[in-house]
Design a protein around this ligand. Structure first.
Ligand code: ZN
Length: 313
């Protein structure tokens, strides 16, 4: 090929990439991440990370980018600042998450969670307002590392129920923003990382509930405990017993519900209980659509109408 022709070809490819992502160079590193997932950018001795216009601490010199389960699909810019203060830019390509629909039959003694009285409804709304203030996280130094500690030991395989829309007794729909693990009644529930208990309370939907702030905008929550072993304001260490597994609140039986918020984003705990090496890595990407997206099983389209409630538990 004539050298000049090559130049023209390179120039047109570069232009196409610039048009697709105006803020980034043609060779910007990226990662393809499902809704509810977390991308990982390692190898640059990271000090701080940026996404959604927020700047936050790196974890063990690695940047992680939490993607809310309802994040809009497509490219989102990310940043990494290394130990020398140099900024690196990249992107995450958000792909559609696979979320199930579940029909759940609550027993007769739990029908108050299906036909919710005005008093219970008011109570739940008050609790939701209280927890909303907590779930953004306090920021500060990150007191966690990955993988997180298991919320119970041994931890059985969780259901693929993160992000599922649940319909209770054919009537009441709710979005499930955590994961349920079938742990036996009476098992100790454990802290997934060091932190501070920012709320320990009996709540309508989630029963005896714990919210632990781990710094760096990261909050974990464990629900449905039969009893609590800590109180609001307590400092805890990873692996500390926080309470006893039970079935309080809207449940069909004993289990651990683990929920996570990072920068306020609802992410799948399954990803952070496994090795961080398994997370989508930010690196060189081609313009081609990632394989994972085309190979994903066809998503069952919802037959239901209306938006499910975003009550926790
Ligand atoms: Zn749950």
């Amino acid at each position: 090929m004539h050298p000049k022709k090559i130049d023209v070809l390179v120039a047109s490819v570069a232009l196409a990439c610039v048009l697709a992502a105006p803020a980034l160079g043609a060779a910007a590193p990226g990662a393809s991440v499902p809704q509810g997932g977390v991308a990982r950018w390692a190898g640059l001795a990271a000090k701080e990370c940026g996404i959604y216009g927020k700047r936050y601490a790196a974890v063990d010199a690695i940047c992680y980018y939490p993607i809310d389960l309802a994040t809009s699909l497509g490219r989102h810019q990310i940043a990494l600042w290394d130990q020398d203060g140099k900024q690196h830019l990249g992107f995450v390509q958000v792909e559609e998450g696979i979320f199930l629909e579940e029909d759940i039959e609550l027993p007769p003694d739990r029908l108050r969670y299906v036909d919710i009285s005005p008093a219970d409804s008011a109570r739940a709304a008050k609790e939701a307002a209280e927890t909303a203030k907590i779930l953004g996280g306090q920021g500060g130094v990150a007191q966690f590392s990955f993988p997180l500690g298991p919320p119970a030991h041994p931890l059985p395989q969780g259901a693929e129920d993160f992000g599922s829309v649940r319909t209770f007794n054919g009537k009441y729909s709710s979005l499930h923003t955590g994961r349920d693990y079938p742990v036996a009644e009476g098992t100790p529930a454990k802290a997934v990382a060091d932190g501070t208990v920012v709320l320990a309370a009996d709540q309508f939907f989630s029963g005896n509930s714990l919210y632990v702030d781990h710094g760096g905008g990261f909050v974990s929550m464990i629900f449905h405990l039969s009893s609590l072993a800590v109180k609001t304001g307590d400092t805890v260490k990873r692996g500390d017993t926080l309470g006893v597994v039970g079935s309080t609140g809207r449940t069909t039986g004993p289990h651990v519900h683990l929920g996570l918020r990072w920068l306020g984003k609802r992410i799948d705990p399954g990803f952070l209980l496994a090795s961080p090496d398994l997370l989508p890595a930010v690196g060189p990407m081609t313009a081609a659509k990632p394989k994972a997206a085309t190979q994903a099983p066809a998503k069952k389209k919802s037959k239901r109408t209306g938006k499910p409630a975003e009550d926790e538990g």
